[in-house]
Design a protein around this ligand. Structure first.
Ligand SMILES: Cc1ncc(COP(=O)(O)O)c(C=O)c1O
Length: 403
């Protein structure tokens, strides 16, 4: 083998990949009013404190306390589902769902390359292989038309994600999965309260997995939940969540389980949050309406998708900075950071991640474009109209000042 050719090719690939990646994180300075507008923060304005105090008063801080089943019940009802299985995170919910399906070495699972690393990792933890599909350019969700060509005799499941709160196109996805006898697991980490043709995210497949990390629409600090309508699936997931203790004898294990149990403390916060479900979802939608009104005439910005019949909950207000804007996405982030406004870049697609990258083949152009141009603006439920007006003003100023 000519190693100089191999090395040259590797360097060329590294260069190709490097141009797609975000530049160094900008440093955040307080704005003119001395304030920093964070990209997100939770709103804990309901009975969170009261319920937490109850955990302490009753001495129930482990997963054995009563807030866990109460939260599972309340949250799954919001998703139109019969069962909820609370977990320690969205990632463990995904892994638990994959393990409950019985996935393992030799199996393949189809998912979008444009997602957070946890979706792919959850598949890989079981020994199964993540098989990646590009996004479609309108909603940034998995391109259903490209799924079929990735299906093989080893494919067991499809995992769509409802990107940034906009549901994936579930009708064709579910009918394809039925035709091909595949299981659908929704990654609904961003989609609390989102609706597709009048139906809530979380009830479309065999199961769905939510995240309750502090930046999510409903939060428990860290946490997650599987929702499902399948009783046997729920029962198996509960068993695996709890070290797979057997029913006939304590400390007796016939299969390898996990400890993915949510604590009573987390569930207490989760229940209080779920009591504010509608207002927390509406706060994100209201933010989006204000941003849209202020930014829609700004040339060079692509605003987040709206699709008839679909309720986008705008988990994050995500935009694309096009060439026409005049300065790059990274330069805009820099400018906003210097004015006390925190932002985030989009996901770096799975196929570009060092742990999953095999041979770079320019196979996923839409996801790469999203990675290059995408960023999200502050999206907390605590944002005021004044905050959003200031952010929009700084964006318009950055454009006219050209960098
Ligand atoms: C699409 C997606 N799936 C899964 C997760 C993992 O959730 P968690 O951080 O709760 O483990 C995230 C986290 O943001 C995510 O964005």
């Amino acid at each position: 083998m000519d190693t100089s050719i191999t090395l040259a090719k590797t360097l060329e690939t590294q260069k190709e990949v490097a141009v797609l990646l975000p530049k160094k994180e900008p440093s955040l300075c307080p704005g003119p009013d001395g304030k920093i507008i964070p990209v997100c923060e939770p709103r804990l304005s309901g009975r969170e404190g009261e319920y937490l105090a109850e955990c302490l008063k009753t001495n129930w801080i482990s997963s054995g306390g009563p807030f866990v089943p109460a939260f599972e019940e309340a949250f799954s009802v919001q998703c139109g589902c019969r069962y909820g299985i609370a977990c320690t995170s969205g990632t463990t919910a995904l892994h638990l769902a994959m393990a409950t399906l019985g996935l393992g070495r030799g199996d393949e699972v189809i998912l979008p390359t444009f997602t957070m690393i946890a979706t792919a990792n959850a598949v890989a933890y079981t020994g199964a292989k993540p098989v990646l599909v590009d996004s479609e350019p309108k909603t940034w969700n998995i391109d259903i038309e490209q799924i079929e060509m990735k299906i093989t005799s080893r494919t067991k499941a499809i995992v769509p994600i409802h990107t940034y709160g906009h549901p994936a196109d579930m009708d064709p996805l579910v009918s394809l999965s039925q035709r091909k006898n595949l299981v659908v697991i929704e990654d609904a980490a961003h989609a609390h309260g989102a609706e597709y043709k009048g139906k809530r995210a979380g009830g479309f497949g065999q199961a769905a997995c939510f995240s309750f990390y502090a930046n999510k629409i409903i939060t428990t600090g860290e946490g997650g939940m599987i929702t499902t309508n399948d009783e046997a699936f729920a029962e198996k997931a509960r068993m695996l969540r709890d070290h797979a203790f057997s029913k006939e004898r304590h400390f007796w294990h016939k299969v390898a389980g996990f400890n993915y149990r949510m604590t009573n403390l987390q569930a207490a916060i989760g229940l209080a949050q779920t009591e504010q479900f509608d207002s927390l979802v509406e706060a994100r939608i209201k933010n989006a309406e204000i941003y849209e009104a202020l930014l829609k005439e700004t040339p060079g910005l692509t605003l987040p998708p709206r699709t008839p019949g679909i309720k986008n909950v705008f988990w994050m207000y995500a935009i694309l900075v096009e060439k026409e804007f005049g300065i790059s996405r990274d330069a805009l982030r820099q400018r906003l950071a210097s004015k006390g406004i925190e932002t985030r870049t989009f996901f770096i697609p799975i196929h570009l991640q060092p742990i999953y990258r095999r041979k770079y083949r320019r196979e996923f152009p839409v996801s790469e474009e999203l990675c290059e141009k995408g960023m999200y603006l502050p999206s907390a439920p605590t944002l005021t109209k004044k905050d959003i007006e200031r952010i929009a003003l700084e964006i318009r100023r950055a454009r006219t000042r050209k960098g």
